[in-house]
Unconditional design. Structure first.
Length: 643
């Protein structure tokens, strides 16, 4: 394979050269315990660990630093106070650029976190309790996560774009008795009724999981209902009383984050304290090559793992200055990202290909009329970045000065896993690059045979790493089944991948029934379940298809109950129905009414055929002879051409 290689001139690596990477990588795989116990010293421990990784993939049990004790809120905040109390920790950039922003020094962050933690205590939150956060991208989102960590409570952040139904499911699944929310959120000038959504969700969970307390942050000042005894304003419960950090075991849970799988309802991925802490601290240091005084901006929402690891924990463990952005890339215009970069002199930006593609489409002038001189490093995450978008990011946004790091990782991996290191490695547009320290990727064929050298296969990771998820909350069996049973003895990522002759990895996308819509992970099964809840729908099959901006769009094949008609009105009704059940991010792009779904004679839906038809790839349908009704394929192709 011949690939363009890029090497920007301006960047001199300070944390790791190519030679140091090679040496450290070798040490990390040859003597992982010694390597990670040394990296663990990036954190402050109450009791330093003596144990490294103790793990098995059959049966599945994973622990790192098991005898260590620490608190991650202390590591993110308190420990910086002696030297960096006056350093800016967080810069808040509001949705409306005309609204006043706000920033917090580490000293002020400490005060805010303590106030939030005291409020949670008054609400009744104790060590080990699960606390659901349903918040906009505001500073209180960060302080709420840190306050939970301070008390030893387990945060479960639910993205503010999810519906009350989806929120209710996530509250019930982890038996959370506390919710932290805001009156409203703001996104692109629109008000998001967060508290009203919480009220609707709690009405749904009232019998199974009665919630004891809701802490409400006043953000927009919009009118909301407060339920006596249950709902409390933050300012009424907050206090400056002394609030020491709980001493946590390294393997005590830190957070649950729900993510989509190929089957069933979303899984509560559980991360613990020590390993996740070391992983996010170490990856942030090396991958972003962060220098003291620099401003780092990860544009992800705290409702996703990228926000957890690189808006909150990674930067704050490193005493960095991080931007918290409430808004969206196209409001008030398509130059907003670069306005924020100039306003706060951002040095490192970390965003998603879907945003890059959307901005690229609007033309260069939105970029070139802003300075961007402060930028030094550009990051990408969440989905494969197509070479065209990569080039635009590199040439137009970064003017060829700034390296791009294309970081591949997952909710389950805790932090970045495959990426080049800035300045140290050549970049190849479209390739994530090389494994981070301790990561041993393996490509396997569908029978599990290991592929050597340049090859294409399914991406597995063979050895545990500190940031690895430990379980699915409440369902350890499903954890084993989902990740460790496809290929015995390996963690299976669900991604397809190529490796070239230089050992660079090229992620090709999911090979399971998970789709990636605008960098958001969506289970096709979830959308199908939502569709069949509609009284007029008989059956539904959902697949992804290539989408210029979103990466993948949601394509739904729907059969209706007898006597129902696939009208435009029903089409709109079904789209609205899915939005209500899951949230706007799950809105179907295409609904294709059909009189049947292609099935084998034993009744199994042939998704391969549905995917090909959705991709407009009619020549490659493969063997259709096992179909119960082969003529259906012709009708589906005809329907696709009209869809
Ligand atoms: O398919 C891969 C894709 O996103 C999936 C993980 O999604 P999620 O758990 O929501 O985490 C996203 C943010 C870390 C992966 O299985 N993915 C993530 N990063 C990349 C990527 N695909 C290609 N290149 C990437 N850099």
């Amino acid at each position: 394979m011949i690939h363009a290689v890029e090497r920007p001139q301006a960047h001199t690596p300070t944390h790791c050269t190519a030679e140091q990477y090679a040496e450290m990588y070798r040490a990390s795989v040859e003597t992982p315990d010694a390597f990670w116990l040394e990296q663990a010293q990036r954190l402050d421990w109450v009791k330093a660990p003596t144990k490294g990784g103790e793990w098995s993939y059959d049966p599945v049990g994973i622990s790192w630093f098991a005898d260590g004790q620490l608190n991650l809120c202390h590591n993110a905040v308190d420990r910086h106070l002696p030297q960096h109390a006056d350093r800016t920790a967080l810069i808040f950039e509001p949705d409306d650029p005309a609204s006043p922003g706000r920033s917090l020094t580490y000293g002020q962050l400490h005060t805010e976190v303590v106030r939030m933690a005291n409020a949670l205590k008054k609400l009744g939150v104790k060590r080990g309790d699960r606390v659901t956060l349903y918040l906009p991208m505001i500073l209180e989102g960060v302080t709420a996560m840190l306050a939970c960590a301070r008390l030893g409570a387990v945060h479960s952040v639910v993205f503010g774009g999810f519906s009350p139904e989806a929120l209710a499911g996530r509250i019930e699944d982890c038996g959370s008795r506390f919710v932290i929310t805001a009156d409203e959120g703001l996104r692109g000038g629109k008000h998001v009724p967060l508290k009203a959504n919480v009220d609707a969700a709690l009405a749904l969970t009232a019998h199974a999981t009665p919630v004891d307390g809701v802490l409400v942050i006043r953000h927009t000042g919009g009118a909301i209902a407060m339920q006596e005894g249950r709902d409390h304003w933050l300012e009424d419960l907050a206090s400056d009383d002394d609030c020491p950090c709980e001493v946590m075991g390294a393997e005590d849970p830190l957070f649950i984050l729900y993510t989509s799988g190929s089957t069933g309802k979303p899984k509560g991925v559980l991360h613990t304290t020590g390993g996740y802490g070391v992983w996010t601290a170490t990856t942030f240091h090396y991958i972003f090559d962060y220098q003291p005084g620099e401003v780092f901006w990860c544009t992800a929402d705290i409702g996703w793992v990228t926000g957890h690891s690189y808006v909150v924990y990674g930067p704050l463990f490193n005493a960095a200055t991080a931007v918290v952005f409430e808004g969206v890339p196209n409001y008030p215009d398509h130059g907003r990202f670069w306005d924020v970069v100039d306003k706060h002199q951002v040095n490192i930006i970390y965003t998603a290909p879907t945003a890059i593609r959307a901005l690229m489409r609007e033309g260069d002038h939105h970029v070139t009329c802003r300075s961007r001189a402060s930028l030094r490093l550009l990051g990408s995450v969440g989905e494969p970045i197509n070479p065209e978008a990569w080039r635009w990011y590199f040439d137009t946004v970064g003017e060829g000065r700034c390296p791009i790091i294309d970081t591949w990782w997952q909710t389950e991996t805790g932090g970045c896993m495959i990426t080049t290191l800035p300045g140290a490695h050549d970049m190849k547009p479209g390739s994530a690059g090389l494994p981070f320290f301790g990561i041993r990727p393996e490509l396997v064929d569908s029978e599990g045979g290991v592929l050597d050298g340049a090859a294409e296969g399914n991406l597995c990771i063979t050895h545990s790493w500190p940031g690895q998820a430990r379980t699915i909350y409440g369902d350890h069996e499903r954890f084993g089944q989902t990740y460790f049973s496809t290929y015995a003895g390996k963690y299976f990522t669900g991604d397809g991948c190529k490796r070239d002759a230089d050992g660079y990895y090229w992620i090709t996308g999911r090979v399971d029934d998970v789709i990636n819509v605008s960098g958001h992970r969506m289970g096709t099964a979830e959308v199908e379940s939502a569709l069949v809840l509609h009284p007029k729908v008989a059956e539904a099959a959902v697949v992804g298809y290539p989408h210029d901006i979103k990466g993948q769009g949601i394509y739904c094949y729907v059969t209706l109950k007898a006597g129902e008609d696939g009208s435009d009105a029903l089409l709109a009704e079904l789209k609205a129905h899915v939005r209500k059940e899951i949230g706007p991010i799950a809105t179907p792009d295409i609904i294709h009414f059909t009189d049947g779904l292609p099935k084998t004679r034993s009744g199994k839906i042939m998704r391969r055929i549905l995917r090909k038809i959705a991709e407009n790839d009619f020549g490659a349908l493969g063997d259709t002879s096992t179909l119960a009704d082969p003529s259906l394929v012709e009708r589906l192709i005809e329907g696709r051409q009209n869809a």
